[in-house]
Design a binder for this molecule. Structure first.
Ligand code: C2E
Ligand code: MG
Ligand code: MG
Ligand code: MG
Length: 276
């Protein structure tokens, strides 16, 4: 490359790094104040039982109504929150928010709320008491918590230990985005889990005669052998739903059934859904 071109490239890189440092810094600050100002809220996406078509629970998904930027998606701010150690207060806020949202709601017995918990969250000291509080508070309103741990990051032995202690507290644990991360088969063997959520990228391969669609079949078979409850995320077509049901996938989640909804819409949706 010629000298002027490399100067431009190097300057561009430096500027970009500086810029992202600055914006990341201020975004982390914004997250901190956003928690205080209650700018974060939850949307809920129903999880459907493949066998009877009924909603058996919801997944809580966080949203951020930023005062200047408007609605911000979690893919943008969760990594920043994780980096800046803000994931712990944010997750605690999310738990409290869900407890408030569901406090006066009538749900079917055994209804589940699934929370996404970043592996970083498990490094705090008083983690057990936080989860006991969540479990007991939800129990009072007839709801069981389910903790989804993403497989995108490496699950270290320490995190596996935490997962095990959660299960001993009677909290269900799901591995999320399965197939996209670094979980080895031997880790699956040693780490007891309750649910396995197959990532959307595998669901997208249904109907295609590709190698990945064989991978999907293999993941489902393996889950059955390990006695996991299997959940498929990102189900968008009836063809996908039929295929997954024929393969005995237990739960389905996706735009085909419902998009993530604000609390008020969820309440209406649940009333409609349980009406015969
Ligand atoms: P995830 O846990 O795998 O959540 C599923 C994502 O797929 C959600 O995006 C959901 O809105 C989207 N989705 C569901 N059904 C469909 C579908 O049929 N088609 C398509 N195209 N998308 C569908 P969302 O809400 O943007 O969340 C993205 C990720 O951010 C989540 O992936 C999760 O890893 C993370 N996240 C969300 N909320 C929280 C939270 O409260 N705490 C933590 N730590 N992470 C969160
Ligand atoms: Mg999830
Ligand atoms: Mg997922
Ligand atoms: Mg996913």
């Amino acid at each position: 490359i010629s000298l002027p071109v490399s100067i431009v490239l190097i300057t561009g890189t430096i500027l970009f790094v500086l810029y992202s440092r600055v914006t990341r810094h201020s975004l982390a600050d914004d997250i901190r104040s956003g928690i205080e100002n209650e700018e974060f809220f939850l949307v809920y996406q129903p999880v459907i039982c493949a066998e009877d078509g009924k909603a058996k629970g919801v997944e809580a998904l966080v949203r951020w109504q930023h005062p200047q930027m408007g609605l911000v998606r979690p893919d943008l701010f969760i990594p920043i929150a994780e980096e800046g150690k803000l994931i712990v207060p944010l997750t605690n806020y999310i738990f409290e928010r869900a407890l408030k949202d569901f406090a006066d709601m009538k749900v079917e017995p055994g209804f589940r709320i699934a929370f996404n918990v970043a592996p970083e969250h498990f490094t705090q000291d008083d983690i057990e008491s936080k989860f006991i509080h969540l479990r007991d508070s939800l129990e009072r309103i007839g709801v069981k918590p389910l903790i989804e741990i993403t497989e995108r990051q490496l699950l270290t032995p320490d995190i596996c230990q935490c997962i095990e202690s959660l299960r001993q507290l009677g909290i269900l644990v799901a591995i999320d985005d399965f197939g996209t991360g670094q979980t080895t088969l031997s880790l699956l063997q040693t780490m007891p889990l309750d649910y396995l959520k197959i990532d959307k990228c595998f669901i997208d391969t249904i109907g295609q005669d590709s190698v990945t669609s064989h991978v999907l079949d293999t993941i489902i078979e393996l889950s059955h052998k390990m006695n996991y409850v299997v959940v498929a995320e990102g189900v968008e077509t009836q063809e996908q739903a039929d295929y997954l049901t024929s393969r005995q996938v237990h739960f389905l989640q996706g735009y085909l059934f419902a998009k993530p909804m604000k609390l008020a819409d969820l309440k209406l949706w649940l009333v409609e859904h349980f009406k015969h």
